[in-house]
Design a protein around this ligand. Structure first.
Ligand code: SF4
Length: 443
């Protein structure tokens, strides 16, 4: 049977899309998955265009794959995802070894596209918008956790972002199709789902009749077998009191929220076209803290946005301290061709971006450590993911607030179990715990 190797760059939406593409290609037994590119007959690269560095990584990988193609001229190479939508001409010019270029709207037709390359023996290009299709195919490798796309696209038009171009306008999948997919995942053993959307908390407003994410969470909560529900990425602009209450009231919804701030400076937020101020963001944080005890907050930040001064950056650092994030992703601003920010004056030199990035990460590390320490001595529920990366004799799991806990399962606990542990030590990037229960640790 021919073999498929998939390489994924970028966000969780891409991971999900890769799973779907692999699922479609393997479900009819046309392909089987391989982890070794040299064994593959088809290699798919699922790409990200959010930063220039991400694009360069793909071109460098394509350069490496050239040697494989020389050894095996029958090897097919496909590029999918955001870069395919945005950089189709550059891909064809810089990487003529690529046989197939297709955007995420064409994933549903991946089998047909691959077949055309094989039959017609010429490069095939499929980019642009297409009708919204919910793929109900099973994943190629079902596990304990799964991503489920609930909506595609974004209409926010943040001035630094290519997503509205690469993924198109906001379109929600129907609750029935989402629930059907999750029921199928639950039957295959999935215990935790993460609902995905570029602006997931805008879910449902384009449907007839309109609905919202809180209503969808309530429905997913009713599915047998699913024990935990998460959702990303939320936009502060669309965060409602109703969704905040859903975080508190719906039992399977985990107390963790990723709420991108991007900048702590009102001037920069306006230039970014984010649609909120630092004051509004802090109001939301206050409401979240008051409503959802124990909520873990994480965020995304961009440093070195055009025009960002030291004072603007200091306000971002100040927000990190005030909010007290459990974790964050800081990105150096990357100029994306075709976006309004790329043409803005005051582009920040790379060395300044690097310095600011280092500083904000240092502060974030300190803030996160301060949030972890009080967890020592507390009993927490974890879902067991598998062996610990550091010590395979131990197990590793995640709390509802998404922290990694390593512990000794004492031979009593297996993957997928939900157990209670007492946190014995808070380390910089994980926690250590001891199993709580009969004949075990008492917290
Ligand atoms: S909300 Fe997110 S996906 Fe949409 S334009 Fe802004 S950064 Fe991009």
């Amino acid at each position: 049977m021919p073999k498929l190797h998939v390489i994924t760059y970028g966000c969780q939406m891409n991971e999900y899309d890769s799973e779907r593409a692999a699922g479609l290609l393997t479900q009819g037994s046309e392909y089987e998955l391989t982890d070794t590119p040299a064994d593959a007959d088809l290699i798919l690269l699922n790409t990200c265009a959010i930063r220039e560095k991400a694009e360069e990584k793909v071109f460098s990988k394509l350069g490496q794959l050239r040697a494989l193609k020389q050894q095996n001229p029958g090897l097919m190479i496909g590029v999918m995802g955001c870069m395919a939508q945005l950089q189709k001409d550059a891909i064809q010019k810089r990487a003529p070894i690529v046989d197939l270029v297709f955007g995420s709207p064409a994933i549903a037709r991946v089998g047909e596209l691959v077949e055309r390359v094989r039959r017609e023996r010429r490069p095939i290009l499929s980019v642009g918008e297409a009708p919204l299709v919910k793929l109900s195919t099973m994943r190629a490798r079902p596990g304990l956790k799964a991503f489920v796309t609930v909506m595609e696209g974004c209409e926010k038009h943040c001035t630094f972002c290519v997503v509205p171009v690469t993924r198109g306008r906001e379109r929600s999948h129907s609750p029935a199709s989402i629930l059907g997919e999750i029921r199928e995942l639950a039957r295959a053993g999935v215990r935790e789902v993460t609902l995905l959307g570029q602006t997931v908390n805008a879910y449902g407003r384009d449907l007839t009749p309109p609905t919202d994410l809180a209503a969808l969470l309530e429905m997913v909560n009713g599915i047998d077998g699913i024990r935990r529900i998460r959702f990303v990425t939320s936009n502060p602009y669309n965060l409602t009191s109703r969704l905040i209450r859903a975080l508190r009231d719906i039992p399977k919804v985990c107390e963790a929220l990723h709420l991108p701030l991007q900048s702590g400076s009102n001037r920069i937020l306006m230039l970014m076209n984010r649609g909120y101020t630092r004051e509004r963001y802090l109001e939301l944080i206050a409401e979240l803290r008051e409503t959802v005890p124990g909520l873990a907050l994480t965020t995304d930040l961009i440093v070195g946005f055009p025009g960002e001064t030291d004072e603007d950056f200091d306000q971002t650092v100040d927000m990190v301290e005030r909010v007290g994030y459990e974790g964050l992703f800081a990105f150096r601003y990357s100029r994306r061709p075709g976006t309004p920010a790329a043409a803005m004056p005051g582009q920040v030199p790379e060395d300044v971006k690097a310095r600011r990035n280092t500083r904000v990460l240092e502060v974030a590390e300190r803030v996160s450590a301060a949030k972890s320490r009080p967890l020592e001595g507390r009993e927490m529920e974890i879902m067991v993911d598998g062996a610990s990366k550091r010590d395979p004799r131990e197990l590793s799991g995640r709390t509802r607030c998404n922290r990694v806990v390593n512990f000794d399962g004492q031979g009593k606990v297996g993957v997928g179990d939900v157990v209670h542990v007492c946190i014995t030590q808070a380390m910089p990037h994980s926690l250590r715990g001891a199993l709580v229960g009969e004949g075990a640790h008492v917290c």
